[in-house]
Design a binder for this molecule. Structure first.
Ligand code: UTP
Length: 278
C-alpha cells in the first residue's frame, strides 16, 4: 500500500484578488487556457500515486464538485464526434480517483481549512496542494519528488523556494540546517515576516506532506497573525521536535493567486503545454 494515499486541497478561500470573477466562481476553477487550476493539482497528485482527493470547499464552490463528475447531457451530445477527446483526461481522473468534499463554514485561515479536512483524511499522513500555486517540472512533478522524500524521512515536509528578500512578507519563511542538497531540517518558521525580521529567504509554497498529529497541533495552537489559524504555527510545533523537512523542489512555481503569476502561467502553458483537449 502506498505511504501517501490522500491529498487535501484547501479551496475555500474567497480569492479576493480576482474579484469580481470570484464572486460566484471558485478561484480554483480559473483556467490556464482550457484547464482549471484544480485539475492541474489533481493530476499532479494522481501522477504522484495518490487516488484519494479530499477537497475543502466553501459557499459558492459547487462548480468544483461538478467538474469532477460526469455531465451526461454534454457527453451524450458529443458522443462519437472528435470532441469526445477533449474530455479524455478528466474522464481518466474520474475513473481512477475518488473525491470527497467538506465545507469550511468560516474562512479562518489555511490551518483552519486543513483542520476542516480532518474528517476526510483520518489518521494517516497526507499531501496538501494549494491549487493556486501551479508547479511545473521537467522530471518528476513536485509532489512526486516529495512523496519519494517522505519514504526516506517519514516526517512532515514543506516545499520551499528562494524568494526575493523584499517578498518575505508574503510567505511563511523557514530557518534550518542544510542536511543534504536541497534538504533542510527546519528549526523554526515565521509567518509573513518583514524582510528585516526574516531568518532566510526560503519561502514555503503550496505543497506539503503532513503527519496526522498536525490536526491536534492545529487545534491546540492559538490563532496567529490576523487572528487566523495559520498552518505555519502548527508545523512549527513539529519543527521544534526536529520533525520537519524543508525541500527546495526542482521545478518552477507560478503564484496563480496573484494576477501577475496567473498571466505568466497562462502564457507559459499556452506556449509549452496546451494542446486542445489536453
Ligand atoms: P490565499 O491566502 O491565497 O487566500 O489562500 P484566498 O482567499 O484564496 O485569496 P485572496 O488572498 O483573497 O485573493 C491560500 C489557499 O488556502 C485556501 C485558499 O482557497 C487557497 O487555496 N484557504 C485559505 C482556505 O481554504 N480557507 C481559508 O480560510 C483560507
Amino acid at each position: 500500500m502506498a505511504l501517501i494515499n490522500k491529498c487535501l486541497f484547501p479551496a475555500a478561500g474567497y480569492g479576493t484578488r480576482f474579484l469580481p470573477v470570484t464572486k460566484c466562481m471558485p478561484k480554483e476553477m480559473l483556467p490556464l487556457v482550457n484547464k482549471p487550476l484544480i485539475q492541474y493539482g489533481v493530476e499532479e497528485a494522481m501522477v504522484a500515486g495518490i487516488t484519494g482527493m479530499a477537497i475543502v470547499t466553501g459557499r459558492g464552490k459547487r462548480a468544483l464538485e461538478d467538474h469532477f463528475d460526469i455531465n451526461y447531457e454534454l457527453e451524450h451530445q458529443i458522443e462519437g464526434t472528435g470532441k469526445e477527446e477533449s474530455l479524455s483526461e478528466i474522464r481518466k481522473i474520474i475513473k481512477n480517483c475518488t473525491f470527497s468534499y467538506t465545507r469550511q463554514i468560516e474562512m479562518k485561515g489555511l490551518g483552519h481549512a486543513i483542520l476542516t479536512g480532518e474528517t476526510l483524511i483520518g489518521d494517516q499522513p497526507f499531501a496538501v496542494i494549494l491549487a493556486d500555486d501551479y508547479c511545473v517540472a521537467d522530471g518528476d512533478n513536485v509532489l512526486t519528488q516529495m512523496v519519494k522524500l517522505y519514504e526516506k524521512y517519514q516526517c512532515s515536509i514543506v516545499a520551499i523556494e528562494e524568494v526575493p528578500a523584499e517578498d518575505t512578507h508574503k510567505y511563511g519563511i523557514i530557518d534550518g540546517v542544510l542536511e543534504e542538497e536541497r534538504i533542510y531540517r527546519v528549526s523554526s518558521m515565521v509567518e509573513k515576516p518583514d524582510p528585516a525580521d526574516a531568518p532566510t529567504n526560503l519561502a514555503i509554497i503550496g505543497r506539503y506532506i503532513l503527519t496526522p498529529d498536525i490536526f491536534e497541533l492545529i487545534r491546540t495552537t492559538p490563532p496567529g497573525k490576523n487572528g487566523e489559524m495559520q498552518i505555519t504555527d502548527a508545523i512549527m510545533e513539529q519543527a521544534k521536535q526536529g520533525r520537519v523537512i524543508g525541500y527546495q523542489f526542482q521545478g518552477r512555481r507560478f503564484d496563480c493567486g496573484s494576477v501577475d503569476g496567473f498571466i505568466d502561467a497562462t502564457n507559459y502553458n499556452y506556449q509549452n503545454i496546451y494542446s486542445p483537449g489536453n
